[in-house]
Design a protein around this ligand. Structure first.
Ligand SMILES: Nc1nc2c(ncn2[C@@H]2O[C@H](COP(=O)(O)OP(=O)(O)OP(=O)(O)O)[C@@H](O)[C@H]2O)c(=O)[nH]1
Ligand SMILES: [Mg+2]
Length: 345
C-alpha cells in the first residue's frame, strides 16, 4: 500500500442561495402579496476523523473540495434547499495547518471527531421578508452570502504507542513482523522500509500499536538518507524501542548516531522513555556479543536487552518493557487498557 503523510488541499464552502422576488398570483385574489422564499444555506466544509484509514493518499488524487451552493428561493414562499456539505475523511493523527504550514487549526485524534472548518454562506431573504405596512409590494430580495475558501496543509502523524528506531538494517521491520500481524518488507540492504508501517501487538491483555519507520543515518536531520521526514510519526509514541544491530562493528557508535538524530529533530524525542536492545543476537558468537553488549551499556548508561527476532530470544521481555511504559502513559491520560472497539491501525 502506498503512503502519503502530507497534502495541500483547497477547500471552499458553498454560497448561500439567492432570495426570490415573487408575488402571489391567483384568480380572484387581487393584490396578492409578496411570496418570494429565502435562499438555502450553502454547504459546509467538514473534517471528519475516520477509522480504517492510515494515509493521506486520497489527497494525492484530489486536492479541490467544494461544498454545494444553496438552492435559490422560489415563489409561493418556498425556501431553497440547503447545499450539500463536503466532508474530508482523515485518518486519526491528522493535523490541519493554515496555508503557511505553521498555524495549527485542529488536530484530529479520535475516530468520529468532526470539525466544521468553513461554514456555508447564509441564504438571502426573499421579498416576503421585506413586507411592511408602508411597502406592501417590496421589489427587493437579498443575494445569498458567498461561501469562504482557504488552502490547508494536512499532516499525518500516526498514532502509535511505541516506535522502532535504529540505523538502516538494524532489524526493525523483522521485529515488527515477529510480534504483530504486519507484513513489512524485510531485506538485507539499507532503506528497505520507505514508509512507516503499523502493527498491533497483543500481550498479557494489553493491545498496543507499534510503528516501524525507515532507518536513520548520521545527518538525517540535514536530509541525509530518507532524512528525518518520518520521525514525526514517533512524536506521539509513549516509548521508543531503539534497536542496535549486534553484527554492526561498533554498537556504541550506532547508538550515539541515533541519539544525536533524535535530539537534532527537535520535538523532544530524546526525552521519551527508551528501551534499548542489541538485536540479531543469534548472528554473533557469544563472546563477541558480550563485548558488544558491554560497549553499548557504556554508551547508553544502562544495560541493553539482548534479543533476536529470528530465534525469539528476549522478545517477550522487550514487549513487556514497552507495555509497562505504555500502561503508565495511558493511566496518566485515563485511557482504558484496550482501545475502543473498531479501532484499527
Ligand atoms: N540473524 C538475524 N538476522 C536478522 C534479525 N533481524 C533482522 N535480520 C536480518 O537483517 C536484515 C535487515 O532486516 P530489516 O528488518 O529489513 O531491517 P530494518 O531495520 O527494517 O532496515 P531498514 O528498513 O532498511 O531501515 C534482513 O536481512 C533480516 O533478515 C535477527 O534477529 N537475526
Ligand atoms: Mg525496515
Amino acid at each position: 500500500m502506498q503512503f502519503l503523510d502530507r497534502a495541500k488541499v483547497y477547500v471552499r464552502s458553498g454560497d448561500g442561495g439567492n432570495g426570490c422576488i415573487s408575488f402571489r398570483r391567483e384568480k380572484f385574489i387581487e393584490f396578492g402579496g409578496p411570496d418570494g422564499g429565502d435562499g438555502g444555506k450553502g454547504g459546509d466544509v467538514i473534517l471528519e476523523c475516520v477509522t480504517n484509514l492510515n494515509t493521506l493518499l486520497d489527497y494525492r488524487y484530489q486536492q479541490h473540495f467544494k461544498a454545494r451552493k444553496g438552492g435559490n428561493g422560489m415563489g409561493q414562499n418556498r425556501s431553497g434547499a440547503g447545499g450539500a456539505d463536503v466532508v474530508l475523511k482523515l485518518p486519526p493523527g491528522t493535523q490541519v495547518f493554515t496555508e503557511d504550514d505553521e498555524t495549527l487549526i485542529t488536530d484530529l485524534t479520535k475516530p468520529g471527531e468532526r470539525v466544521v472548518l468553513l461554514r456555508g454562506g447564509n441564504g438571502g431573504f426573499g421579498n416576503a421578508r421585506f413586507k411592511s405596512s408602508t411597502n406592501q409590494a417590496p421589489r427587493r430580495a437579498n443575494p445569498g452570502q458567498p461561501g469562504e475558501e482557504m488552502t490547508i496543509w494536512l499532516r499525518l502523524k500516526l498514532i502509535a504507542d511505541a516506535g522502532l528506531v535504529g540505523l538502516p538494517n538494524a532489524g526493525k521491520s523483522t521485529f515488527l513482523a515477529a510480534v504483530s500481524a504486519a507484513k513489512p518488507k524485510i531485506a538485507d540492504y539499507p532503506f528497505t522500509t520507505l514508509h512507516p508501517k503499523l502493527g498491533v501487538v497483543r500481550l498479557d491483555g494489553t493491545d498496543f500499536v507499534l510503528a516501524d519507520i525507515p532507518g536513520l543515518i548520521e545527518g538525517a536531520h540535514e536530509g541525509a538518507g530518507i532524512g528525518d521526514r518520518f520521525l514525526g510519526h514517533v512524536e506521539r509514541c509513549a516509548v521508543l524501542l531503539h534497536l542496535v544491530d549486534a553484527t554492526f562493528p561498533d554498537p556504541a557508535d550506532a547508538y550515539r548516531i541515533i541519539r544525536g538524530e533524535l535530539e537534532a529533530y527537535g520535538a523532544a524525542l530524546e526525552e521519551k522513555p527508551e528501551v534499548i536492545a542489541l538485536s540479531k543476537s543469534d548472528a554473533v558468537p557469544a563472546d563477541e556479543l558480550k563485548l558488544k553488549a558491554k560497549a553499548l551499556a557504556k554508551a547508553a548508561g544502562r544495560q541493553p536487552l539482548v534479543l533476536s527476532a529470528v530465534s525469539g530470544k528476549n522478545m517477550t521481555p522487550a514487549l513487556r518493557e514497552l507495555a509497562a511504559v505504555i500502561r503508565t502513559a495511558r493511566a496518566k491520560r485515563n485511557e482504558p487498557e484496550r482501545r475502543e472497539a473498531g479501532w484499527r491501525p
